[in-house]
Design a protein around this ligand. Structure first.
Ligand code: ATP
Ligand code: MG
Length: 519
């Protein structure tokens, strides 16, 4: 790339322009004549449904893909990146939708990774650590350079990714759905960091499915649909509903679940204890019950034991005390497969890690657990035709965007992978479902669809534990709401018994009596 372009971005003043970008994959035109630009010190948001082409556009700006057609112009100079290394040296950084840190290395080692070093690695690490502390201070990012990445929460991992970009001197930082995995408090902190970055002259490209966030932080908003730009608006001149219209092309209905008599008790958790990954007790005596035809919402800021609880319920983490009963039977020591056979289903929070195999095709992922099922067998043979039509139906019903059933799922957009796993789990018609953050990373239209499907399951008598940080989702769907804080249930309330604020207090550790008397 040209020297001038490099120098310009290092000074954090570059205007970045993408002109008439076309990018095709087998069977998909992911970007079609896209024009997009970012001014110095600007936050420009990219909006669009799952598969609209947002990540693809950004991966070209970051040198991961080459455009089929079109130009990338940095401060008036046409450039062509052969790899992310070129983009990085031009001052562009990218925080990916799915993080790319090495879990077995420390924070400092990850930041140093891939940096040219003139001295020995040991000496360098000290320098890196010092610089990390300096940058963390400057941008208000809390991190421990010596921690191992596997010990970190997603929020912490993300801060490391941001630090890594800042460390490499990025003037323009692309953030691909950075808030999808964060708690409301973490989002607030992240936005504070964004504001500091902008004040320092950085530009940001921000991708999110959450309109409130996009409206709160952006200067301009560009909407993509089916690979094309629908329009670019100044954030101060555009309304929520106008954006939804541009993205989806139709109105989105609000949730309105009918009150329903809950049935027999399905799941009972009694005084459950479990250790967390960092050697501390993550579940300190959790008890609750879920009945048939009922949604129990589990509200709480993430990191308060929800993940450990989900994993204990799925049989993926050992409990250190207490019991889990399903239909009266003690399943505390059953494996995931035994629980699935008993009629439980599990939509994991870390779907990319626990719910799917990236190299496998769409159809193979649909049958990840069910290839043994008699429903898809013909004597001793697999009934391929039936498997195919089942997979086709799921892809159709959940509007999973994929060129074919044989496409490896790593080629699908992030939200479409989520939808596929959701489709698979719900299609099993489970007796009991644990749904962890079911709409995280999923676009507005698909969220609405998933909510409707959860309510349908409830109508059909399934008991559902809905674990979510999204209070609107919890309040909109749950019959009862349990609030979790520091490995304990602070209280269980009926729907409508408490306001968002009161639940918010309990999420912060305020006792139920006190929270309910607060106004
Ligand atoms: N490496 C690839 N190979 C084949 N197809 C791809 C590849 N990357 C993306 N696609 C396809 O290009 C289209 C756009 O995908 P992209 O990931 O850019 O969407 P997105 O807007 O980021 O969606 P999401 O909100 O779900 O993350 C999709 O149809 C996707 O399946
Ligand atoms: Mg994406």
């Amino acid at each position: 790339m040209s020297k001038t372009a490099q120098e310009v971005l290092k000074r954090k003043t570059g205007r970045v322009e993408m002109r008439n970008i076309v990018k095709c994959f087998p069977g998909v035109r992911a970007n079609s004549q896209v024009c997009f630009d970012v001014d110095p010190g600007e936050v420009h948001a990219l909006l669009g449904e799952n598969g609209a082409g947002k990540s693809t556009l950004m991966r070209q700006l970051y040198g991961m893909y080459r455009p089929d057609e079109g130009e990338i112009i940095i401060d008036g100079v046409p450039t062509s990146f052969r790899s992310p290394a070129d983009a990085i040296s031009a001052g562009i950084g990218m925080i990916h939708q799915h993080f790319m840190l090495v879990p077995t290395l420390t924070v400092a080692q990850n930041v140093a990774l891939g940096q040219a070093s003139s001295r020995g690695p040991l000496l360098d690490l000290k320098v890196v650590t010092a610089r990390i502390i300096e940058l963390a201070e400057e941008y208000g990012l809390k991190v421990d350079p010596e921690a191992f990445v596997w010990q970190l929460s997603v929020g912490e991992q993300q801060r490391i990714e941001i630090l890594k970009a800042l460390y490499r001197g990025a003037g323009l930082i692309i953030l691909d759905e950075p808030t999808a995995v964060l708690t409301p408090q973490e989002v607030e902190d992240l936005f504070k960091t964004f504001r500091r970055m902008v004040a320092e002259g950085h530009s940001l490209i921000f991708i999110s499915h959450k309109l409130n966030e996009v409206l709160a932080i952006s200067d301009r908003i560009t909407v993509l649909r089916d690979g094309k730009v629908i329009g670019t608006r100044a954030a101060k001149d555009v309304s929520r509903s106008e954006l939804v219209g541009m993205m989806v092309g139709r109105e989105i209905k609000a949730l309105d679940p009918r009150p329903r008599e809950a049935g027999v008790e399905l799941l009972r958790v009694e005084d459950l204890h479990a250790m967390g990954d960092r050697g501390m007790e993550a579940l300190c005596g959790v008890s609750f019950a879920v009945r048939s035809g009922e949604i129990l919402g589990l509200a709480g800021v993430s990191g308060n034991g929800q993940r450990e609880l989900d994993e204990c319920l799925a049989g993926m983490r050992k409990s250190s005390g207490g019991k889990v009963l399903y239909k009266g039977r003690d399943i505390s020591h059953c494996t995931l497969n035994e629980r699935v056979d008993a009629g439980m289903a599990y939509i994991p929070e870390e779907r990319m890690r626990d719910g799917a195999i990236r190299e496998f095709s769409v159809q193979e992922n649909v049958f990840l657990h069910d290839h043994e099922s008699p429903e898809f067998r013909h004597g001793i043979f697999l009934d391929f035709a039936k498997m195919r039509s089942h997979a086709e139906a799921l892809v159709h019903d959940f509007a999973v965007k994929t060129p074919s059933l044989d496409t490896p799922i790593k080629n699908l957009s992030g939200g479409n992978i989520q939808k596929l796993i959701m489709a698979r789990e719900l299609s099993r018609k489970p007796g009991f479902l644990v749904a962890a953050q079911p709409t995280r990373g999923v676009d507005i239209g698909a969220s609405e669809y998933i909510h409707q499907r959860l309510l349908e399951q409830r109508e059909a008598g399934t008991g559902i534990l809905l674990v979510s940080e999204d209070l609107d989702e919890i309040m909109g769907l749950s019959d009862r709401i349990a609030i979790m804080y520091e490995g304990r249930i602070m209280g269980i309330l009926d729907r409508g018994q408490a306001s968002v604020e009161q639940i918010g207090f309990m999420m912060a550790g305020v006792e139920m009596g006190e929270a309910l008397s607060a106004r």
